[in-house]
Design a protein around this ligand. Structure first.
Ligand SMILES: C[S@@+](CC[C@H](N)C(=O)[O-])C[C@H]1O[C@@H](n2cnc3c(N)ncnc32)[C@H](O)[C@@H]1O
Length: 256
């Protein structure tokens, strides 16, 4: 195993990322943003965060754990920014760079190849629950942000013990733990809300589904496809049973 905490996560975030790019190429560029939002899922969640990040066209924004780049591509299209993407899975970075033309680097969020205080804002969507080193990730995000910068988060939180089978490699914090981690890393939570991951426009959902179907048509027999499907099925079941919930937050970097 290389960068991530389980083989199933590598199937989901690396192999399927490459396949997603291939399917978008087959279907058309208008499919790229909905298909490239792997975890953030809903346009409503992106808009809720973007509205609270104090963004201007010249804001230097980092998307940490950017995946295939859909959320960063959405920000570029909707708010005229040029986000910088960092993501540990090389196939996802390649896909994001080619689909959205944004500056992108292969890096885990705990070790970012940027100087201190190089960004005015950041977001990190669906990433914190994929690593056990949450404190290290948040400390590194704090390091690369200027004081007063805002950090947007989408985190899947668990209010109690989760019923198996669990998605491999994930560690879901409680909301209390998340709030403590943020404060310890030098962030002041400014706003939070529940994430309704089903509030995208119909056309968005139709395009995301079409890309998924195209990936399945091309690679459905590959064991990595089955592994990735099982991971998202497990997360989906926990969400629909209300054992897990999507949490959105915006926090301000303190100090300086
Ligand atoms: C659920 S996906 C979300 C991707 C993207 N943020 C989005 O919303 O579409 C989680 C992403 O986190 C990445 N990831 C996992 N561990 C990471 C880490 N330690 N640092 C940065 N990214 C990580 C995975 O490779 C994957 O692309």
């Amino acid at each position: 195993m290389s960068e991530l905490e389980s083989e199933a996560m590598e199937a989901e975030f690396d192999t399927v990322a490459g396949w997603t790019e291939e399917a978008v190429r087959a279907l058309g560029p208008e499919y790229a943003i909905p298909a490239g939002c792997r975890g953030s899922g809903s346009e409503g969640a992106l808009r809720w965060l973007a509205d609270r990040l104090d963004l201007r066209p010249d804001t230097r924004l980092l998307d940490s754990g950017a995946g295939v780049g859909g959320p960063a591509g959405w920000l570029a299209a909707q708010r005229g920014l040029r986000p910088v993407c960092a993501e540990p899975m090389a196939a996802a970075v390649r896909a994001g760079r080619r689909l959205f033309g944004l500056p992108s680097v292969v890096a885990v969020s705990q070790y970012l190849p940027f100087a201190d205080a190089s960004f005015d804002a950041a977001w990190c969507l669906g990433v914190l629950c994929t690593t056990s080193d949450k404190a290290g990730l948040l400390a590194e995000l704090r390091r690369v942000l200027v004081p007063g910068a805002r950090l947007g988060l989408l985190v899947f939180v668990a209010d109690g013990p989760l019923p198996p089978p669990l998605p491999e490699g994930n560690e879901f914090p409680s909301e209390g733990e998340l709030r403590r981690l943020l404060a310890d890393a030098g962030f002041r939570l400014e706003a939070s809300a529940g994430a309704d991951l089903g509030d995208s426009p119909e056309e968005w959902t139709r395009r995301a589904d079409a890309v998924e179907a195209e990936v399945e048509r091309r690679h459905g027999a590959d064991p990595a496809f089955g592994q990735a499907q099982e991971q998202s099925r497990r997360v989906g079941r926990l969400l629909s049973d209300d054992a897990l919930r999507g949490w959105l937050g915006v926090a301000v970097a303190t100090g300086g």
